[in-house]
Ligand binder design. Structure first.
Ligand code: AHR
Length: 305
């Protein structure tokens, strides 16, 4: 047992720190960096937490190892943002058997057993995709646009849901997705995939990227091909992190749907409740905005991430 403010290895009686094991997806994007910062800045000793943090480098097996480590250490609560949707039942059952509550942040899991976690806090990714698609439809329906899609990590909730939402929104229009490939949510792969798209297709009117970073990579590929991003090829992305918003304000991106990464404060509150045995909501939906070029110019000076 330790006094408040000191390192502790378990137990959450009053005055002790809550030991929270967090398994992060990786460091793939600007969004992820802002999300990690929010969690590390909030789950501090001053705020009652002893945070154990690990980075899975976008690999599910690393995350499972991290979760097993937290179970073995007997942490008070586990939180994680699952790299992919499926394949979690066994390890989450182990946490449940050990009496360790689990909170999902940012990304959902696909499981029939919703007793394996206490709560899921994060954005509605289908809605984000739909907001992006609705804007594209409003702007370009009737012009026969050929669209290429840069998908997020294969099997991840945001990649699956953002594809679904966008496809639903443009259904029944003359807008057509002519190619769709994963860029793994990174700038480098976004650029490489876009280079391939540009080589394979004579006519590309619009890029729909599942995050800003892949859109920023696509900008590099488009410019290298001697074309003007935002004009010759329109670009729509999701996240609204600083670099994305700057490119939007500069006219290189045309529209961005936000995905708020600042989940630290809500996670802290949830974790305190869960450890205290209080009832919590099973699903907490984070609200997102959307920006066109003018709105980005206005928002940029006061943007937190
Ligand atoms: O899960 C959220 C997504 O993961 C973000 O939109 C993307 O940038 C990140 O890599």
């Amino acid at each position: 047992t330790t006094a408040a403010g000191q390192e502790t290895t378990g137990g959450a009686a009053s005055g002790e720190l809550i030991v929270l094991g967090f398994s992060q997806v990786g460091a793939e994007s600007g969004w992820r960096a802002a999300n990690t910062k929010s969690i590390q800045d909030t789950l501090t000793k001053e705020n009652g937490f002893d945070l154990k943090f690990s980075d899975a480098q976008q690999k599910q097996e690393n995350q499972i190892t991290a979760l097993r480590g937290y179970i073995a250490q007997g942490v008070d609560v586990i939180a994680f943002s699952p790299v992919v949707e499926t394949g979690w039942d066994a390890v989450l059952q182990e946490a449940k058997d050990a009496g360790i509550p689990v909170i999902l942040t940012d990304r959902a899991i696909d499981s029939e057993d919703d007793t394996l976690y206490e709560s899921f806090i994060g954005s509605d990714f289908v809605l984000e995709g739909k907001m992006a698609g609705d804007w594209v439809k409003e702007q370009y329906d009737g012009q026969g646009y050929k669209i290429v899609e840069l998908q997020g990590t294969t099997g991840s909730a945001p990649a699956i849901d953002r594809q679904t939402g966008f496809a639903e929104a443009i259904e029944g229009t003359d807008l057509e997705i002519i190619a769709s490939q994963t860029g793994n949510f990174t700038r480098t792969e976004g650029k490489t995939v876009m280079e391939g798209f540009l080589q394979a297709h004579d006519k590309i009117d619009l890029v729909y990227a599942h995050n800003d970073d892949m859109g920023l990579g696509a900008i590099e590929a488009i410019e290298a091909a001697g074309l003007v991003p935002g004009e010759d090829i329109k670009i729509v992305t999701i996240d609204a992190v600083k670099d994305g918003m700057q490119a939007l304000a500069d006219g290189k991106i045309n529209y961005i749907v936000e995905c708020n990464p600042l989940l630290g404060p809500d996670l802290a509150e949830l974790a305190k409740k869960v450890v205290a045995g209080e009832e919590v909501e099973k699903r907490i939906v984070v609200k997102d905005l959307a920006f066109d070029q003018e709105a980005a110019k206005e928002a940029l000076p006061t943007r937190q991430y």
